[in-house]
Design a protein around this ligand. Structure first.
Ligand SMILES: C[S@@+](CC[C@H](N)C(=O)[O-])C[C@H]1O[C@@H](n2cnc3c(N)ncnc32)[C@H](O)[C@@H]1O
Length: 340
């Protein structure tokens, strides 16, 4: 429906042409140029869409690409292998370099810094994200050989070590989405907090209390730095340890909301998530990986079959969506569920 809606917005002169249209998982988000949303709200009914508040990137003149910079320097058959996308975390870029480009790694790294003048260090992925800490090996390509940086996301600043802690800039919208759902006074348990993007964004937006648990001492170290770097309305309590142990020992029955961002195994922790919720229940944000076809149904089945039977009951699924691709035909899916 996105293209039909775009035409309609252009026709009604509602589209802000100075801002970029944003693609977010299964959604397209259009920048609107008016203060009065009545016309937009009518369109929402017609197109079954909703008005959300987000920051849009400005439209910029076309910039140089890796391909442009390397077109004279790489053998022509290798130009086609150049990745189009890469992650930028703070001033560090991380690229997936195909094996055939490895002999040219410095060249590609230098070119990437030319294309992005604020990038000061370039690394290639040298393995999959793995282990309990969900980190990957990196290969230094160019620039400073440094893995600690500061990343900005919706007004928050995060200190991150890209070598020893998990961080994905592709989750920024998701961090923001969850933060916008939390109400003042809530108690939240972030079971797999990492350097704290959910916890800090929540506490920055509302006066809530967030217990932020992680097994990785480096993640907790950076989370504590991040508490200092951001002005918070709410409170974040960092806890180093295994989330199950921590919850069953100290945090039973306290949470209005639980965040479970350990996609490959969060279903194994649903007993602890349910125990953390208040007696009357609350909301669980459940992240999992699912494959085509029927990935959303797959995620929902895994969630409902892993909820401890007899003790907790899924009242309703409030929301489910694809957050990002993790591999060909494999998706990170989130489900927000009300559990009683
Ligand atoms: C996918 S990362 C998510 C980090 C963060 N929520 C974010 O959005 O960037 C998962 C995190 O869970 C932590 N973790 C893995 N197993 C754990 C456990 N049993 N208890 C506590 N934390 C754990 C890892 O160290 C890692 O930081």
């Amino acid at each position: 429906m996105a293209e039909a809606l775009r035409r309609k917005l252009v026709e009604l002169d509602l589209l802000d042409r100075g801002k970029k249209v944003v693609r977010d998982g299964d959604f397209v988000v259009f920048p609107i140029a008016v203060e009065d949303f009545s016309a937009v709200k009518q369109l929402c009914e017609e197109f079954k869409c909703e008005v959300v508040k987000v920051e849009f990137p400005e439209v910029r003149p076309p910039s140089l690409t890796l391909h442009d910079v390397l077109s004279e320097k790489l053998p022509p058959h290798l130009l086609a292998s150049l990745p189009r996308a890469y992650d930028v975390i703070g001033d560090i870029a991380i690229i997936e370099l195909p094996e055939e480009l490895l002999p040219y790694k410095e060249l590609v790294g230098e070119a990437l810094m030319k294309v992005n003048s604020h990038v000061k260090a370039v690394f290639a992925k040298a393995g999959k994200v793995n282990g309990a800490y969900r980190v990957r090996k990196l290969l230094h390509l160019a620039g400073e050989n440094r893995t600690v940086t500061r990343h900005k996301e919706y007004g928050c600043i995060f200190s991150v070590d890209v070598a020893s802690t998990y961080f994905s800039p592709r989750l920024s919208w998701e961090h923001k989405r969850i933060a916008s759902l939390v109400k003042p006074g809530e108690t939240v348990v972030d079971m797999f907090a990492g350097v704290g993007p959910f916890a800090i964004m929540i506490a920055r937006e509302v006066d809530a209390t967030v217990y932020a648990i992680d097994l990785n001492p480096e993640a907790i170290k950076h989370l504590k730095i991040n508490l200092q770097l951001n002005k918070l309305r709410g409170k974040v309590i960092p806890i180093l340890g295994d989330t199950k142990e921590v919850i069953f020992k100290e945090l039973k029955g306290i949470a209005d909301r639980v965040i479970m961002n350990l996609p490959h195994s969060s279903h194994l922790f649903l007993d602890a998530a349910c125990a953390a919720l208040k007696e009357k229940g609350g909301i669980i944000h459940f992240y999992t990986v699912a494959r085509d076809p029927n990935h959303l149904e797959q995620a929902e089945n895994l969630f409902s079959s892993s909820i401890p039977a007899g003790r907790r009951h899924i009242k309703r699924i409030l929301h489910r969506r694809v957050v990002k691709a993790v591999a060909p035909r494999e998706w990170l899916v989130v489900m927000d569920a009300e559990v009683t």
